[in-house]
Write a protein of this length. Structure first.
Lengths: 361, 175
């Protein structure tokens, strides 16, 4: 373990990708994540990797598809409307079982969006923004350190499952600075090592075994495509058992339980301290994975004390659908939100929560 | 120490982000919990810049603030815009070289620092932000002076800028 360094979110995300073993980055600039391609354009070529500024987001995702199909570790980043443009490629990569790590430093709102923080890409990220039957695991860091650790893990998981992995964060996380400890760099595979480490990769014809690799997102026969969909869903079933992660704080004896991820979970933690000063006990469920969603967290609720579960979002009620699925009708589920890039103040969250609580009495 | 929430604002180029970053680095060196959040949004050249620094002995919950306990304003529009953000009993540092306006509030402590004049007298007009940094930290002791010195020597005035350390260290002590 190295010592603490102070890093800006976006630069830390780029550095984490390099340390995690990503050796290909393809990107097209978009605020609020342009420091990532800027950082990687400088650092990646120095450290055995390849940086290409693509002509568009469509080009970037398809370059990543190609590089990863050939056995490289590809990392791509963009922001909300840019990620929307990449959905076709992500659907193809899920079908073709090609790994990639995707980072969405999200904008807010529909359309071109604003550059202020938002979480309105929740549905796009967790329900599959592209066509067809597929899933992409989504990780939601709440600190710069956690983002680094999640990117590091995502590179491993993308290869383990041969499936894209996504991180959902926002512009404020991208811009802020926090002290972090960087992980040890993973060793990059040499081209000689790729055929053994990734036998599925298009690393050249294996004359010894007479085997050819085939990577494709096209299955002409309906029965063949059905077999492929069932195959990738056996992976998704396993991921649903293995990947869900959350942090639960102060659920025992809590009157209110907030559910919040990323930046909002930090604001909510401050709101919980303010409510405690007024004698109201509140707890927090913080999903670290958004798909697969940690529904089991809601079995930990204190049903003797808790009167309401509040999904707290920077979107107009998107995660609340998963909260309802987790609560399963056992308690009322309410929503506190701001959207369009507006972040509520902590007292605003406290006031709204108190109103909700009073309304239930 | 408890938790200190500092908000610093001024024109772009006055070095307000640098004030925040130096405190952030120094706090990190002391193993304190710290977050630095720069002003963030569409901005024009010559426009305003600001940053929020939270230093604490426990994990910083929220990097954004709705009220500050230390407010530093380097130019007149920042005083007008952000004065209300200071918590009652908080400390306001005013760059008296550029700000003639008087704060409208009486429930706060005001420290007037003629940062630009002091820096000019020292012979380096660009050190106004370091004069202000010294005024803040020597008044409130957010971090150890040794940590500030370490950061100035090892993070800020390095390489070609190394010879600027001496005059800035004087600027730090000038108020």
């Amino acid at each position: 373990m190295s010592e603490k360094v102070l890093m800006k979110g976006n630069e830390a995300f780029g550095e984490a990708a390099i340390l995690s073993g990503c050796n290909f980055y393809f990107g097209y600039p978009i605020t609020p994540q342009s420091e990532i391609p800027e950082y990687l354009s400088r650092e990646l070529p120095k450290r055995g990797g390849c940086f290409i500024q693509a002509e568009s987001e469509l080009a970037a995702i398809n370059m990543a598809y190609g590089a990863a199909a050939a056995g490289g570790n590809a990392f791509i980043s963009s922001s909300a409307p840019g990620i929307a443009l990449m959905q076709e490629g992500l659907s193809f990569m899920c079908c073709a079982e090609v790994p990639v790590v995707v980072l969405n430093v999200s904008r807010c709102g529909p359309g071109i969006g604003g550059i202020q923080p938002g979480q309105a890409d929740y549905i796009q990220a967790t329900r599959g923004g592209g066509n067809g039957d597929y899933k992409i695991p989504v990780f939601a860091p709440s600190t710069i350190q956690e983002a680094i650790d999640m990117i590091y893990e995502a590179t491993y998981l993308a290869n383990k499952w041969r499936n894209p992995m996504m991180l959902l964060t926002d512009g404020m996380m991208g811009q802020m600075m926090e002290p972090v400890v960087l992980p040890e760099p993973r060793k990059l595979l040499t081209s000689e090592e790729i055929p053994q480490a990734k036998p599925w990769a298009l690393s050249g014809f294996d004359h010894k075994n007479g085997q050819r690799s085939l990577i494709r997102a096209l299955h002409m026969q309906p029965t063949d495509l059905e077999i492929q969909v069932e195959k990738i869903f056996t992976k998704y079933d396993a991921m649903e058992k293995e990947l869900p992660a959350y942090a639960a704080e102060g659920l025992e004896g809590a009157e209110i339980v907030f559910v919040a991820f990323g930046l909002m979970s930090r604001l909510v933690r401050e709101a919980i301290e303010m409510l405690a000063e007024e004698g109201i006990k509140a707890g927090l469920i913080r999903p670290k994975t958004l798909w697969p969603y940690p529904y089991a967290a809601f079995d930990e609720l204190d049903f003797n004390s808790t009167k309401v579960v509040i999904s707290t979002e920077l979107s107009k009620g998107q995660m609340i659908e998963d909260v309802r699925l987790g609560v399963e009708g056992r308690l009322p589920v309410e929503l506190i939100y701001r959207t369009g890039g507006v972040v509520p103040t902590t007292p605003e969250v406290v006031e709204r929560a108190k109103k909700i609580l009073e309304g239930l009495k | 120490m408890a938790t200190h929430k500092l908000f610093a604002a001024g024109y772009g180029g006055q070095g307000v982000l640098m004030i925040g970053q130096i405190i952030t680095y120094a706090a990190m060196k002391e193993d304190k919990e710290v977050t630095f959040l720069p002003s963030y949004g569409p901005e024009m050249r010559g426009g305003t810049a600001n940053c929020t620094v939270i230093v604490s002995d426990k994990q910083v919950a929220c990097p954004m603030i709705y009220e500050a306990d230390i407010l530093t304003v380097m130019n007149p529009p920042s005083l007008t815009k952000y004065e209300s953000m200071l918590k009652p009993g908080g400390v306001l540092f005013v760059n008296a070289s550029l700000i003639d306006l008087k704060p409208t509030r009486s429930d706060i402590q005001v420290v007037n620092v003629a940062a630009n004049d002091i820096a000019a007298e020292l012979g380096n007009a660009r050190s106004a932000n370091i004069v202000m940094l010294g005024a803040i930290n020597r008044t409130l002791h957010l971090v150890e002076e040794e940590s500030i010195k370490y950061v100035l020597q090892n993070k800020v005035f390095t390489g070609r800028k190394a010879d600027l350390f001496d005059i800035n260290w004087k600027a730090y002590h000038a108020y």
